[in-house]
Ligand binder design. Sequence first.
Ligand code: FAD
Length: 544
Amino acid sequence: MSYASALKRSEVLEQLKCKTFDVLIVGGGITGVGIALDAASRGLKVALIEMQDIASGTSSRSTKLVHGGLRYLKQLEIKEVATLGKERAIVYEIGPHITTPIHMLLPFHQEGTFDKFTTSVGLQVYDWLASVKKEERRKMLTVEQTLQQEPLIKKQGLLGGGMYVEYRTDDARLTIEVAKTAIELGAIIATYTKMTNFLYDEQQKVCGVTVQTLLENESFNIQAKVVINATGPWGDTIRKLEQQPLHKYLVQSKGVHIVFDASVFPLQQAVYFDTQDGRMMFAIPRDGKTYVGTTDTFYDGDLSDIYIEQEDRVYLLAAIHSMFPTVDITEANIESSWTGVRPLIHEEGKSPSEISRKDEIWESSSGLITIAGGKLTGYRKMAEEIVDHLVKKFTDRKLRPCITKQLPISGGEVGGSKYFERYVIRKAQLGVRYGISMEESTKLARYYGSNVEQVFAYLQADHPTLPKILYAKLQYGIKHELVVHPADFFIRRTSSLFFDIDTVRKYKEAVLDEMQTILGWNAEQRTMYEHELQAEIVRATTSI
Ligand code: FAD
């Protein structure tokens, strides 16, 4: 059983207590796990601690796109667009089960932000900067073609549209797949383990951290030669523990997405459109739902307790009504929502949308390395940069060069994106032997990629209260993907809380029962986890 099993937790904690690591990463979002993977693949002894579940922070609350950042062209962030565009293609290659190319429609209207010329040139520059494959390059559409693609778009003043390709992802699953790969390469990863302070050597250099385990309520030290602060929006909270002046600092920008059932918002085509205040927004169809976002407003509240607010709903609904005037929806139709905060590097006098999404590496006089800013899409490159910086500190050893461009992430060993569909069909035929339909089996193969046979193995059991597939996903989640709380499963391993809230409501008791049996919770723990899950349901479905 691998260290990605929740049942191995006590062994993982033992390893943290007794070893001295080359690198200790604080934060299990995409940035932290990306660094853990890169560092482990080069031969460094790596540990990572995360105070919640993997991807509990911003990395499960994004727009869920691996994208080149077309909008940054407007701000002339040419280098950023070029890097993100190229990274997009790499992530697709190493994880085709987690990145799906989708056509994105950019309509333009009279008096809108874009016209035919700027859209055409903008998309062409984007193709060029991001080295977009020939078959995925932009196409310009007439008014009729635009409406054929998406009949819900506002007809009044419509001048045409541009079509280009972006990649849809599941941010939390991308993060867990990268974490699993890091574990396979020897990294020790502990969730629900919070860093509370730094340890310093005689030269006042950071040489480890003190942690508090949040399941066992135990405190201990972890020794490491280098500590990396990859805590995203929490970055300055960690840096302030050092009690040194901060020359640069982070600001948070809140972003909200709302979800509708396709029966009330039957979008057939992903659309990138401009809003009433000149910002850009996405509307994306997914699994029988349509989600729309995002907002972009400064936030300085509690990072662990972020809610959608009434003004967010009003703003998003106004944007929908303006671009899709025949869609008759109100607040009552919002099925679910999520809210995240972007960790941005402060730039004086700029609004949240104007601040660059670039990343920077900061090193304090104690040797603490902080990675600030960045995007989900650029995680691999950020990790490569930071580990390139890191290896200079280990001159006593010969470390391997970076290999993550060619290294499939967990589930991505399918022979490359070109062969993914063929792989899915082959594996789906296997799944049918376990008594599920071809459609269900195909869905599972697409979701878990080259790990799907491990999931199929759990289909054998008949469960009295859980449907076969949900049971298999839960077993796999606990035994291979660090699921320890029901919210880990329903939010970050299956996205059910956002895209299938009915399943959460229907099976939450059965999932709690099964988890109690496997993980040996007492009655008090069960009640605690039940309340926690209920609070997450309220957070996703209720406005304050
Ligand atoms: P996080 O994911 O926030 O991870 C930091 C982790 O550190 C957290 O899990 C936290 O629990 C942990 N932590 C904090 N303190 C401690 C401690 N003391 N001890 C242990 N652990 C600790 N990017 C894209 O590429 N595409 C998109 O479509 C996109 N859309 C976005 C939409 C929105 C609304 C937002 C907010 C962001 C979006 N982004 C997008 C940006 C992207 O989501 C973020 O850049 C990325 O997820 C940040 O990851 P991170 O690992 O740096 O931070």
